[in-house]
Design a protein around this ligand. Structure first.
Ligand code: SP5
Ligand code: ZN
Length: 341
């Protein structure tokens, strides 16, 4: 399997996130990608650079004004004399108007962003676009006939909606990859999200669609981020009704329950009979993850890969979360080698 990697990811660095009432260095840090790169090279994957793609590939799933905001946000920040990192200081919550896009940068931040953990720095857009291009390149490899490909995306993407960002995510790399597969020969695509956190952005993007099913196994939003999405009764809407499946699990979930739930998710996918699958691959389900509460061990990640392989489908792996940095590379590589065996 090929791995797609861009060193531009490191341009997204230097921000802080609000965590339990304190501004702390971001858990989503550049060294994550360094560990993953090293581990997938050791595992024998061939590492290639992303190809460039037209911005239209991104605009198929994201709102144009939102993408313009992401591209120009830091310039607007500098124009008001600021530097460093950008976080919003007010949100369009219930009872606030949703139809007004504020002209100023501080208002815009609160309009498009939904948490205080996802700073933008000067190099963020360069990294975000390169990350999307990694996902698109992996999707193109699979659309052109490879059995599978791995996109080493950083920043991650699955919390980014059509016109919203948060959860360390800006553009939804997995959704962009799924849409690319739809446009290049796959009539039905599934995004299976095994990150610890619910893939609310991916769900949002495909909520009303029957041609892309979203399936997510994650920590219950009753206690876990993103708190307001990811419940089992969310099933999609309109034409998309019945094409969204959520499997929330309680804190403390270990391999036995996780594995049985993943089997249920895979059964739903088999029933749908897609032409291809995109895996939102987070390894924050790991027992030593600093912000998560499942108890999977290193030995379980090859088993996840092997289970995904039983679908027998063209598969695009897209990197999402995982914050136990010393072990993140091993855990990711273990999923990929477990898939290939
Ligand atoms: C891509 C991804 O994995 N994004 C995760 C974003 C999570 N951000 C908020 C984390 C809040 C963690 N709170 C820890 C307290 C646990 N009780
Ligand atoms: Zn996560």
């Amino acid at each position: 399997m090929k791995a797609v990697y861009s060193p531009l990811h490191s341009r997204h660095d230097g921000g802080k996130e609000l965590h339990r009432g304190e501004l702390v260095p971001c858990y989503e840090m550049p060294v994550r990608a360094d560990y993953i790169l090293s581990a997938v090279q050791t595992a024998g994957l061939e590492v290639i650079k992303p190809r460039p793609f037209a911005l239209e590939t991104v605009l198929k799933v994201h709102d144009a004004a939102f993408v313009t905001f992401l591209r120009t946000a830091f310039d607007q920040w500098k124009a008001i004399g600021k530097d460093g990192f950008m976080l919003p200081s007010g949100f369009a919550a219930r009872s606030m108007r949703q139809d007004v896009i504020p002209p100023g940068i501080n208002g815009k931040l609160g309009y498009y962003c939904y948490d205080a953990g996802t700073p933008i720095v000067e190099g963020t857009w360069d990294a975000v676009l390169a990350s999307a291009h990694c996902a698109l390149t992996a999707a193109a490899l699979v659309a052109d006939g490879e059995r599978s490909a791995y996109a080493l995306c950083r920043p991650p993407g699955h919390h980014a909606g059509a016109s919203t960002y948060g959860g360390y995510c800006f553009l939804n790399n997995a959704a962009i990859a799924a849409q690319y597969l739809r446009d290049h020969g796959s009539a039905r695509v599934v995004v299976l999200d095994v990150d610890y956190h619910h893939g609310n952005g991916t769900q949002d993007i495909f909520w009303s669609r029957e041609d892309v099913m979203t399936v997510s196994v994650h920590g219950s939003p009753e206690t876990e981020y993103p708190f307001f999405r990811g419940f089992a009764d969310e099933r999609g809407e309109g034409k998309g009704e019945g094409f969204c499946h959520n499997f929330p699990l309680p804190r403390g979930t270990g391999w036995d329950e996780y594995s049985a739930t993943l089997d249920q998710a895979l059964a739903v996918i088999r029933d749908y009979a897609p032409d291809a699958v995109v895996i939102s691959l987070g390894v924050d389900t790991y027992e030593n993850d600093p912000i998560s509460a499942f108890t999977l061990g290193q030995q379980h990640y090859p088993l996840i890969g092997a289970k995904i392989a039983t679908l027998g489908l063209p598969t695009v792996f897209v990197q999402e979360g995982g914050y136990a940095v010393a072990d993140i590379g091993t855990n990711v590589a273990n999923v990929l080698t477990g898939f290939e065996q």
